[in-house]
Write a protein of this length. Structure first.
Length: 312
């Protein structure tokens, strides 16, 4: 993983964190969830293409090895978080739990199913599909396929009813593959990019502008397209590591925080209500700080344990 992108993962998982945090006069940052999720799908397509594109070209790519490495990094942690959720909630073992175990819940267009159990795990369900089809999509990458994806994207976005925006545009694996596909395209043209150091600051300003515009943008557009136009150049530019923001992202602290991204993502939504329950009547800022601190501590502990067990 390119160092700057490793650290950016922490920045965007914190946007997702803020989309799930609400306390007193601090409202949930809804824009952070849509932006963060789009970032991680695009980054996954970008990273897979950079890491395995040459192997697909020279014939050394091994599908089983690729999938095993992807699953090994997140599936044991997913099962652990699912077990913790079931223990804390005393939920019954039913079809929803089974789909969560198999990471198939995002295929069911019903919020009671795709947001069941540890609700953020829907992301892994949709991401797994992207990993499964990655080698074929990469080999078929062409202007014709891109036109097909764009046409399908426009059609789906136009035809999706507003009461199904979450089920179709936010969660469904086939639609989230579009974000992943943009990341693959970005990787194809990445070597031709020549950005200036000041471009990083410009993209940061544009990202903040997109987050600010989110509440007034059509629900279908803000679900991901609002952020595509910023995230694609942002990932490409920061991958070149040219500006002062890149130097900040390459510090030891930021790289360490970036390493906690997956456990932080999978545990934070369970931790926030527990902290709020056990530390009542705190000032809003203090509560936010407490939730972040506890989430980071738990994530560090979980990451340490799983790294040693799996020797990642």
């Amino acid at each position: 993983m390119i160092a700057t992108l490793q650290s950016l993962r922490f920045v965007f998982v914190m946007l997702i964190f803020l989309s799930h945090f609400a306390y007193k006069d601090i409202l949930a940052l809804d824009a952070g969830g849509d932006c963060g999720v789009a970032f991680f799908f695009i980054l996954s397509g970008f990273g897979c293409s950079l890491g395995y594109g040459s192997k697909l070209h020279d014939g050394s790519f091994r599908y089983g090895t690729f999938l095993w490495r992807r699953i090994r990094k997140c599936y044991p942690l997913h099962l652990f978080c699912l077990a913790v959720f079931l223990l804390l909630s005393h939920a019954a073992i039913d079809g929803k739990v089974l789909l969560n175990v198999l990471l198939l819940q995002s295929w069911v267009p019903d919020a009671d199913w795709y947001f069941s159990c540890n609700s953020v795990a829907w992301f892994l369900s949709s991401l797994l599909f992207c990993y499964v089809v990655f080698p074929w999509a990469y080999r078929w990458l062409s202007p014709a396929l891109t036109v097909t994806v764009v046409a399908a994207c426009i059609t789906v976005y136009l035809l999706t009813p507003y009461d199904h925006v979450n089920a179709v545009l936010y969660v469904h694996p086939l639609v989230r593959f579009i974000d992943f596909y943009w990341g693959m395209l970005l990787a194809r043209c990445y070597d031709r990019w020549q950005s200036q150091p000041r471009t990083e600051m410009l993209l940061l300003v544009l990202l903040l502008a997109a987050l600010a515009l989110y509440p007034v943008v059509d629900a279908k557009v803000r679900n991901a397209p609002l952020f595509w136009i910023v995230l694609l150049p942002l990932i490409g530019v920061f991958a070149q590591q040219r500006g002062w923001l890149s130097r900040l992202l390459q510090t030891r602290t930021m790289l360490w925080l970036g390493s906690l991204t997956m456990p932080l993502f999978l545990t934070h939504q369970m931790i926030i209500p527990i902290v709020q329950h056990h530390l009542p009547d705190m000032p809003a800022i203090a509560m936010l700080a407490a939730c972040i601190l506890v989430s980071l501590t738990v994530s560090w502990g979980v990451q340490t344990i799983f790294s040693r067990l799996l020797r990642l």
